[in-house]
Design a protein around this ligand. Structure first.
Ligand code: SAM
Length: 358
């Protein structure tokens, strides 16, 4: 009995299983990572061609079945069954090639894991649901274009190599399948995967919005970038308030004269929360409110003073604005229309400004 919630659709057509393994062009010295061996239809064909197969299987019944299948054969010693969730297996053991009739629930995290993997696999032959495969190939402007598409095409060369009809599986899934060859670029592009993906996550939260809206329209994004900026400054001995800040704001914060009579508290202090929200135009706040805000700056060492916090927040916001509007002129573009070159340009200019995404 198959557990379809684990994506257990076993390949019953041996011709298709053989074709998948053959597409990997295995060498006798290869260590192959197989994800989800199930009862071992691909596994035995892998073991006919490779030195070793490490098969990661989540379902203990299936793990037992594939183990039993090679028992007493010459393959037994060359099969290493690992019981567990491949996504949570960190780090993955060394492998040259990955082959998988992928359980559809982990398609996306598996691709991300393989793309981020270092050293890169020589080749990955992966069976996916057709629609998911199409997402990998989507281009700017396509409906299926996403963070996954950008990452797949950034870190790998991908080809659609086979269509597989649903009747080749037991039980047949709802949809058609596709076999994809994914060849990670080697050497890897000289860019931090985490930085790159961190940038894309922000851009693709709302892929139909302009980059200006995605970055400057929510205070949570800016607060996160502010936090990263503080970390970056601390780690690189950069004075945290260095750099251009809207001058009028700086002056007002700097020249402020403390007036203890007008200290804010209670409800008024609450209103200051709104000051941090970039949806509100802080320039429209009366000057005296800004000054009082600054008067809240005498806080203990450990929490950054409000005065400082505000300056850094504004500094980061100005850096982000200048990258989007001045340095790259991409502020009005929508993520769904941006290509790899646009994202590379963004990351380059953000990093030049000390803005980081991890
Ligand atoms: N390789 C076999 C075949 O082609 O006939 C079975 C493929 S079946 C589509 C997917 C297999 O992956 C199932 O055996 C399932 O138990 C296993 N699986 C599901 N989620 C998994 C996970 N997170 N990590 C490892 N294996 C998983």
């Amino acid at each position: 009995r198959m557990n379809t919630t684990l994506g257990q659709h076993v390949l019953k057509n041996p011709g298709v299983a053989q074709a998948i393994v053959d597409k990997a062009s295995l060498k006798q010295s290869d260590v192959v990572l197989e994800v989800g061996p199930g009862s071992g239809n691909l596994t035995v064909k892998i073991l006919e061609q490779a030195k070793k197969c490490i098969a990661v299987e989540l379902d203990p019944r299936m793990a037992a079945e594939v183990t039993k299948r090679v028992q007493g054969t010459s393959m037994q010693k060359r099969l290493d069954v690992v019981l567990g969730d491949v996504i949570k297996t960190d780090p993955l053991p060394y492998f040259d090639v990955c082959i998988s009739n992928t359980p559809y629930q982990i398609s996306s995290p598996l691709v991300f894991k393989l793309l981020a993997h270092n050293p890169p696999a020589r080749v990955c032959i992966l069976m996916f649901q057709r629609e998911f495969a199409m997402r990998l190939f989507a281009k700017p402007g396509d409906k299926l274009y996403s963070r996954l598409s950008v990452n797949a095409q950034m870190w790998a060369k991908i080809d659609h190599i086979m269509k597989v009809g649903k009747n080749n599986f037991k039980p047949p899934p709802q949809v058609e399948s596709s076999v994809v060859r994914l060849v990670p670029k080697n050497p890897r592009p000289n860019i931090s995967y985490e930085e790159w993906d961190g940038l894309l996550r922000i851009c693709f939260v709302r892929k139909n919005k302009t980059l200006r809206a995605s970055f400057l329209g929510t205070s949570s994004v800016l607060s996160m970038l502010e936090q990263n900026y503080r970390t970056f400054c601390a780690q690189n001995n950069v004075p945290i308030e260095e750099g251009p800040v809207e001058e009028s704001t700086m002056l007002e914060v700097e020249n402020f004269q403390e007036d203890p009579e007008q200290d804010l508290d209670g409800d008024e202090a609450e209103e200051w929360g709104g000051f941090m929200d970039v949806d509100d135009e802080e320039d429209s706040l009366p000057t005296f409110l800004k000054e009082q805000y600054a008067s809240k700056s005498q806080l203990p060492e450990r929490t950054p003073s409000r005065k400082k916090r505000d300056k850094v927040f504004l500094l980061v916001r100005e850096k982000v604005r200048s990258v989007l509007e001045d340095k790259t002129s991409l502020a009005d573009k929508r993520a769904r229309m941006c290509d790899e070159a646009d994202f590379l340009k963004l990351l380059y200019h953000f990093n030049l400004e000390g803005i980081h995404f991890m």
